[in-house]
Design a protein around this ligand. Structure first.
Ligand SMILES: [Fe+2]
Ligand SMILES: [Fe+2]
Length: 201
């Protein structure tokens, strides 16, 4: 698989997780925590992969001429890691966490978009056999770290949609049950009050 395809799939997974966090709304701190932990895992592993293999390969192929975008990419990674460290010490669901998470999202989306536009274009400078070899090395690196190569976004999107539907059905079922029980309790109280009034009169 092309190295750029491996990275693009990682980017799309993180973009989908950011979207999921946003869709969770204000009252889902447990789900927000879980989503944040996934974002943190994905981003840390992805940055590690790029810094260990992808960026050095680009530097090797382009030399000094394209050093600036690579330096910028390293700086952006440093900022993202700093935000992740700060978020890891906060509580997901709180307003201050949501604000910092939004800054993380903006930074990551900007970085991924720039990477796909500028750095991916730099791979055209690579020798085709080196490019293929880099893809194999990156895939093996992921496997060694116990990470998967993500499926393409369309398949992933469908899987996420299925999970979302199941979760919202379960939430609705529980809510209906709780509401029905609350109604039953209210009715019971009402009829007890009525019978007490009756027995007093
Ligand atoms: Fe990156
Ligand atoms: Fe990336």
């Amino acid at each position: 698989m092309k190295p750029t395809e491996i990275l693009k799939r990682d980017h799309d997974v993180v973009r989908a997780l950011f979207k999921r966090y946003e869709d969770l709304g204000d009252n889902s701190s447990a789900a927000k925590k879980e989503t944040y932990q996934k974002v943190e895992r994905e981003l840390s592993a992805h940055a590690q992969l790029e810094e260990a293999l992808f960026y050095p390969a680009l530097k090797g192929a382009t030399g000094e001429t394209q050093e600036t975008p690579l330096r910028e990419a390293f700086e952006e990674h440093r900022l993202v890691k700093q935000l992740l460290r700060e978020l890891s010490e906060m509580t997901p669901g709180e307003a201050s966490f949501d604000a910092k998470f939004k800054v993380l999202r903006e930074n990551v989306e900007h970085h991924a978009e720039e990477e796909e536009r500028e750095l991916f274009a730099m791979t055209s400078e690579m020798d085709p056999s080196d490019f293929r070899e880099l893809g194999r090395t990156m895939a093996a690196y992921k496997r060694r770290q116990g990470l998967r190569i993500h499926p393409r976004r369309d398949r992933l999107k469908n899987a996420l949609e299925r999970v979302k539907t199941t979760v919202s059905r379960t939430v609705n079922r529980v809510r209906h049950r709780v509401e029905a029980e609350a109604r039953a309790v209210a009715n019971l109280r009402g009829s007890r009050r009525a019978s007490r009034r009756k027995s007093r009169s």
